[in-house]
Design a protein around this ligand. Structure first.
Ligand code: AMP
Length: 181
């Protein structure tokens, strides 16, 4: 079993056609997370570039970024900071709007979660257009934090999100690619 090239990880990811709407190939990581080898391999592969890197917080995006980011934070011996959908966090928050295919959504972070100069590793399951990740990165920057890197299990390169983050100077680490959207 060669986990370094991501091949095995890809085999654990289920594709559900036409979800949540016709034409979308939903890349479902619940089958990866449910498998003990798959889950451990994904977490290990996501975090290994950062084992010796100075990090203060792992920042995960709701909801699958919580599962992966929580495990990565625990393994790295760091704290976990959630980026949530609007209205879910109980304390004072800052919010960032981002554009979806139809309309606008908002993600939020606790205003006191990240201090000035804190080094943050962003985690989500998948990057497509990069809108969600960019909004989370904006929240880290507006909190005064620094972004060490953004990591994802899945990249949909045809949608260009990872490329746009890299062009903006963000280091992107991702494990597998799927063609199309
Ligand atoms: P984006 O903001 O376009 O990069 O979309 C990324 C977010 O939407 C992530 O939180 C993903 O979980 C979710 N997402 C977008 N497209 C897909 C897809 N084809 N399959 C599974 N999740 C997706």
């Amino acid at each position: 079993m060669d986990l370094r090239n991501g091949f095995e990880i890809k085999r654990y990811i289920r594709t559900i056609p036409d979800y949540p709407k016709p034409g979308i190939q939903f890349r479902d990581v619940t089958t990866l997370l449910a498998d003990p080898h798959g889950f451990r391999a994904a977490v290990d592969e996501l975090l290994w570039p950062f084992l010796k890197v100075d990090i203060d917080h792992v920042v995960g995006i709701e909801a699958r970024g919580f599962i992966l980011g929580g495990a990565i934070a625990h393994e790295l011996g760091k704290g976990f900071v959630p980026v949530r959908k609007k209205g879910k966090l109980p304390g004072k928050t800052i919010g960032q709007d981002y554009t979806l295919e139809y309309g606008v959504d908002t993600v939020e972070i606790h205003a006191d979660a990240i201090g000035k100069g804190d080094k943050c590793l962003l985690v989500d399951d998948l990057i497509a257009t990069g809108g969600t990740a960019q909004a989370a990165l904006d929240l880290i920057h507006r909190s005064g934090g620094e972004v060490v890197a953004a990591c994802f299990v899945i990249d949909l390169p045809d949608l260009g999100g990872a490329g746009r983050l890299r062009e903006a100077g963000i280091k992107v680490h991702r494990l597998v690619e799927f063609e199309g959207d």
